[in-house]
Design a protein around this ligand. Structure first.
Ligand SMILES: Nc1ncnc2c1ncn2[C@@H]1O[C@H](COP(=O)(O)OP(=O)(O)OP(=O)(O)O)[C@@H](O)[C@H]1O
Ligand SMILES: [Mg+2]
Length: 331
């Protein structure tokens, strides 16, 4: 039997749903395959099914793949509602209209505007999740940490949240777009410039995950396919880890600069506490080979990556259901 307390974390790349007493019950790509008819979107498939559908031969005419959330904000509210409704159906198949109301914490990026928060609430409500608690990602993660003051860096596909969090919430922090997609964009540009080849961002991401390294001496390579930019014919190239290292280290240096700026805003009396706790580094991008070492060396601080860093925000938010008093102090 599921509890009625759930967490949803809708990212650009993945949507994670967790339930109190169960943990993570759903983790699929945040995409929908849709068609448009008379100005309205019609859902064809969501998540993994949507990705499969777009690759299949019998894909219906006019179907497009939409990422409803980008850079921490709702980009396409109509698609977001269709996606979330379908995800909830898949994640909680036994719920009916007689089931008790769900209590929801939605993990959001820090620093989004009042209007953007309202958009989030409207989407959640239209998908059946009324009166949600919106919780900034770094606050959610702090629930899993033993120190009182923590420097938290959550780096996903389209947005990175960096914040110092204390017992009463975020002390200082910001959001930047220095993360997965930015690295992929740089890789696409490099391959276009040096091989006269256009590759999709999906191929760039696959290449980055396969061979990308934040150490400058990784000896691996991989083949990547795309289109010749001169005559549009299919083209392939062998790319080495060393070749794309400068693009990746660029992203990591930018990220380190932002982390440094946030730590400089730390009140002096907390500096030693934050330093001793080290940096907690989460989000899917924290899985990148060598990135935590790169940041630790650059920032002269310990950088700790939890297991499955992409689901840490949802698990952290879930922990707050056990201590609501603490939660309300932090929001
Ligand atoms: N093993 C890996 N190595 C390198 N990068 C990875 C790995 N696994 C996932 N990523 C990257 O992590 C990013 C996705 O992380 P995450 O699931 O935290 O993002 P998200 O929450 O969906 O996005 P956002 O927070 O931007 O809305 C993608 O850019 C993906 O390429
Ligand atoms: Mg995220």
């Amino acid at each position: 039997m599921y509890s009625n307390e759930i967490v949803v974390d809708i990212g650009y790349s993945k949507t994670v749903i967790a339930v109190r007493g169960k943990g993570i019950i759903f983790n699929e790509p945040s995409v929908v395959a849709v068609t448009k008819s008379r100005g309205k979107l019609k859902l064809i498939a969501s998540g993994l099914d949507a990705k499969r559908h777009m690759k299949s031969r019998d894909r219906s005419h006019g179907t497009t793949l939409v990422h409803p959330v980008k850079e921490g904000v709702i980009e396409n509210a109509e698609a977001a509602v269709l996606m979330l409704k379908d995800f909830l159906k898949k994640a909680l198949p036994h719920r009916s209209f007689l089931s008790p109301k769900l209590e929801v914490i939605a993990v959001i990026s820090c620093g989004i505007s009042v209007v953007e928060r309202k958009n989030y609430e409207n989407v959640l409500s239209a998908a059946g999740l009324k009166s949600p608690i919106l919780m900034e990602t770094p606050i959610a993660i702090s629930a899993l940490l033993s120190s009182d003051y923590n420097l938290i860096v959550n780096c996903g596909a389209s947005i990175a949240d960096i914040a110092i969090v204390g017992p009463t919430g975020i002390i200082t922090g910001c959001s930047v777009t220095t993360c997965g997609i930015e690295a992929d964009r740089k890789i696409c540009a490099y391959i276009a410039d040096n091989y006269r080849m256009g590759i999709s961002s999906v191929h760039a991401e696959e290449l980055r995950i396969k061979i990308g390294s934040f150490y400058d001496n990784r000896l691996v390579d991989a083949q990547v396919s795309g289109k010749n930019l001169v005559d549009n014919t299919p083209h392939q190239a062998e790319i080495t880890a060393n070749e794309i290292f400068p693009m990746l280290s660029d992203v990591a240096l930018n990220l380190a600069d932002v982390v440094e700026s946030v730590s400089m805003m730390c009140p002096e009396k907390l500096i030693m506490d934050v330093y001793h706790a080290g940096i907690t580094f989460t989000g899917g991008f924290a899985n990148s080979y060598g990135l935590s070492d790169f940041l630790a060396e650059r920032l002269k601080m310990a950088v700790n990556v939890p297991k499955s860093p992409e689901t840490t925000p949802a698990l952290g938010a879930l922990a707050f259901f056990d201590d609501r008093e603490k939660m309300y102090k932090m929001l």
